[in-house]
Design a protein around this ligand. Sequence first.
Ligand code: NAP
Length: 313
Amino acid sequence: MATEAMSAKPIRLAIVGVGKIARDQHLPAIANDPRFELVAAVSRNAVVDGVDNYHDIAELLAAGHELDAVSLCTPPVGRSAIAMTALDAGLDVMMEKPPAATLSEVARIEAHAVAAGRSLFATWHSREAAGVAPARAWLADRKVQRVAIAWREDIRRWHPGQDWILEAGGFGVFDPGINALSIATEILPGDWVVNNADLHVPEGRMSPLAADIDLTCGDIPVTAAFDFLHEGPQQWDIVVETDGGTLKLSMGGAVLDIDGKVTEATDAEYPGLYAKFADLVGSRSSDVDVTPLRLVADAFLVGRRTIVPAFEW
Ligand code: NAP
């Protein structure tokens, strides 16, 4: 089904899972990138205008489209089966974060990509935020003393009705929190370890609504406070203290403050992801970094669970 992507021909793409992020970010990014042509959408309930729509990946493949790739925007549970089906059918695959529900699933997806000779891109959209690359460059020359992450947002405002987030495998507050870890592990490459964690799980739900994590990157102490019930000003900050001043990334990485000098750029996370995917497809390579997912898995492994009052939307 797939053909080799040639520079002159756009990558013929289907999107799978038409929910909030597909509509807010993927569809506009695809429409604005001439290296892609959206030919189909897969959704149990939604329809994307102007393309053929299918209920599931099997229906899409049976339709016999000239397809090169799929972009997966479903929740993490269930994404692995879709990814493997697509790879086995000869398609290149781009996956929303987190790449799957478990580390073993990611390993199995990767093995399928290798066996099929296709490109696999496990995306971390927050790493494309404007401040991240300059932060990494500035930190490379300095001795880091400590890091404090604060990721506090209101689940009711950003994820209304998304019950899957609080189910098993839904990641709970780690759904946004893993974005912070994807940035932290990008700007500070090193040996990251979770030492301990406190997880606050609402009665009757499976995943935490708040977490306090104690980590180290090499010998650097790192604290992370994740809160999904935060009203008032929303906070997505990483503060890094060094021997040469303090760096603060805020607004999820869009704003960079180095000792009071602030730089801010417009959001280009998803255009950046699709540009990378086009390059990976063109060079027949893959990009799969499980470090943020491994830290989340470890926090679940060592975390002390406290049951907190039930959560209702
Ligand atoms: P969403 O609004 O709930 O959309 C997910 C879509 O996937 C649904 O509309 C649904 O479409 C489909 N789906 C397939 N199996 C499903 C299942 N078992 N349960 C629920 N939906 C299922 O979620 P989202 O916010 O777009 O998030 C999707 C992925 O993008 C997640 O991994 C999330 O972490 C990531 N992400 C989200 C955001 C954000 O701000 N929302 C930002 C960045 C990344 P059909 O019912 O039509 O099949």
